[in-house]
Design a protein around this ligand. Structure first.
Ligand SMILES: *[C@@H]1O[C@H](CO)[C@@H](O)[C@H](O)[C@H]1NC(C)=O
Ligand SMILES: *[C@@H]1O[C@H](CO)[C@@H](O)[C@H](O)[C@H]1NC(C)=O
Ligand SMILES: *[C@@H]1O[C@H](CO)[C@@H](O)[C@H](O)[C@H]1NC(C)=O
Ligand SMILES: *[C@@H]1O[C@H](CO)[C@@H](O)[C@H](O)[C@H]1NC(C)=O
Ligand SMILES: *[C@@H]1O[C@H](CO)[C@@H](O)[C@H](O)[C@H]1NC(C)=O
Length: 502
């Protein structure tokens, strides 16, 4: 009995204080297409200053053009890069994830992957004996920490020694149809597991090769079928700077609010020309991050509801099945009758590096009303590329695919520019504009003012619930025994209970 309150205490604090999941969310793009009109998705969702800055390369050893098109994949299955791990090198495809900080590869067979990193075949692999576990919004894995040599065929020249988590067991992490066997977490040490002393891959890369502390990402799946079976479209991960041929116009920068995830500050959302007009802290509740490992644009519940309402109002489509908005249904039109003209643009305003200004990134409906596999030849079906979130706003692949995103860690800012590949039939699928005055929003939309008290309220509420449960448990355990003692009817079952209590 004595450990029960303690357990409860742990539960309360564990839930409200210690637990935060890393927001990896991948759609493998498998849909059950058995019903022609209402197609139900098979996969459950578990769960500035403006101006141009070209990265200079002091060492002169990095050729960005060699890295163009070094990614394969799409938003549904994730974007991955080929790496050569160990000695001799074993080639593996590695998912690019800006929402976590461990470099982890499969080190044991799994039904959904074709090959894995065999540590015994690498003469340079060294285990450090520690185990590590990471859980994402979707899926988790466990493994062993070690170090080994890695090179990136279409990356900066050179071999580096990095921390590797060798994945020995996992659940819902590797998915059917994905063609990657590991994950490259590109966020800050703060998110590394088991603790921040495990230096993340990109930190090691910058330190050992002397490249600038910048990488940039172009993901080219915009407007393409989410479960297309043709060759994945791909993209580019430029390590050490930004490649000018991958974007048009200038790069707009927003400060990185805190260095753990790539946390940014969202000031305003617009659906069509209409400002949602929520308290700007709602948009950043409890954080707003840019994450290539999340498929959709995820919005805090209040914001999500406001967006759906605004879209419904302006889309001229009445009686839209709620299943479409919550992602359990796809919507189909007759082939060729593309629905995009019925939907408004979505705009996100980000704080500029001149904090009294903002700029906005806009996606056209082609980006968030996403085609899925052609069904039976007569219909085109689409899913809603936005979902609600209980742990903050996530600018995922749905939005990132419209932009060339520069992760300028050296200057603690993220840059957005129009992506050269976010074009469909000659039409640009994204827009970027600014500067706008930020005088109409609070000085700090990421402020903890709403965040901390909320956590405490949750903590206290959970503690109260625990206490109540404890009292009920005590009553349940004590009362029946007394009664039975009095009546003298002791069955085998009840005596079992009594033994347990002792
Ligand atoms: C698809 O749905 C149909 C009807 O609901 C079901 O009979 C079938 O087994 C499903 N197919 C798969 C692959 O789950
Ligand atoms: C489609 O779904 C709607 C609501 O979910 C339902 O009323 C309708 O009967 C379904 N149509 C078909 C053809 O299954
Ligand atoms: C790697 O080195 C080769 C030969 O020196 C050079 O041609 C190539 O551009 C370099 N690649 C990168 C990414 O710097
Ligand atoms: C920042 O923006 C404000 C308002 O637009 C402007 O008055 C100010 O000059 C800008 N500061 C810098 C350093 O550009
Ligand atoms: C905004 O508030 C957050 C949380 O209190 C803090 O970490 C951040 O530094 C603040 N930003 C500014 C510009 O004051």
């Amino acid at each position: 009995m004595r450990e029960l309150p303690f357990l409860c205490f742990l539960l309360c604090f564990g839930l409200s204080k210690c637990y935060f999941a890393i927001p990896l969310k991948i759609y493998p793009g498998k849909y059950n297409l058995s019903s022609a009109v209402n197609l139900t998705r098979q996969v459950a969702l578990t769960s500035d200053g403006n101006g141009l800055s070209l990265a200079s390369d002091p060492t002169g050893t990095v050729n960005f053009l060699d890295m163009v098109n070094n990614l394969q994949g799409d938003s549904g299955r994730g974007y991955y890069i080929e790496m050569s791990i160990g000695t001799p090198g074993q080639k593996l495809n590695i998912l690019v994830d800006t929402g976590s900080s461990n470099f982890a590869v499969a080190a044991a067979p799994h039904p959904f992957i074709t090959h894995y990193f065999n540590t015994e075949l690498s003469s340079t692999y060294q285990s450090d004996g520690r185990t590590v576990a990471v859980r994402y919004t979707q899926g988790n894995w466990e493994g062993e920490l070690g170090i080994d040599r890695v090179s990136i065929p279409k990356g900066p020249n050179g071999t580096i020694i990095i921390n590797i988590a060798a994945i020995l067991s996992s659940d819902s992490f590797f998915l059917p149809g994905v063609n990657w066997q590991g994950i490259l977490g590109l966020a800050y040490p703060m998110l590394a597991r088991p603790d921040k002393s495990v230096e993340p891959f990109f930190n090691s890369l910058v330190q050992q090769l002397g490249i600038p502390d910048i990488f940039s990402l172009q993901m080219c799946g915009a407007g393409l079928s989410a479960s297309s079976t043709v060759d994945p479209v791909g993209g580019s991960l430029i390590m050490g700077g930004a490649e000018p041929t991958l974007y048009r116009g200038s790069v707009w920068y927003t400060p990185i609010v805190e260095e753990w995830y790539y946390q940014v500050e969202v000031l305003k959302l617009e659906v069509g020309d209409q400002n949602l007009d929520l308290d700007c802290r709602e948009y950043n509740m409890d954080k707003a991050i840019v994450d290539s490992g999340t498929t959709l644009l995820r919005l805090p519940v209040n914001v999500f509801n406001a967006v759906v309402e605004a879209i419904t109002r302006s889309s001229l489509i009445q009686d839209f099945s709620s299943g479409f908005w919550d992602g359990t249904k796809v919507a189909c039109w007759m082939k060729g009758e593309t629905p995009w003209r019925f939907f408004p643009k979505l705009s996100i305003y980000l704080r500029a590096t001149n904090t009294s200004q903002s700029f906005r990134i806009t996606i056209l409906p082609q980006m968030y009303i996403q085609p899925i596999t052609d069904v039976d030849g007569t219909l085109d079906c689409f899913r809603f590329g936005v979902s609600s979130s209980a742990n903050g706003l996530v600018i995922g692949a749905t939005v990132m695919e419209g932009f060339y995103v520069v992760f300028d860690r050296a200057q603690r800012r993220l840059g957005f520019a129009l992506s050269s590949c976010a074009v469909s039939g000659g039409v640009a699928l994204s827009e970027i504009a600014g500067p706008f005055s930020a005088a109409d929003v609070a000085a700090n939309c990421s402020g903890g003012m709403l965040k901390e008290p909320l956590l405490w309220v949750i903590s206290y509420a959970l503690m109260a619930v625990c206490a109540l449960v404890l009292i009920i448990l005590l009553l349940l355990l004590v009362l029946p025994c007394r009664r039975r003692d009095r009546s003298g009817e002791i069955t085998d079952e009840s005596s079992l209970v009594r033994h347990r209590i002792k």
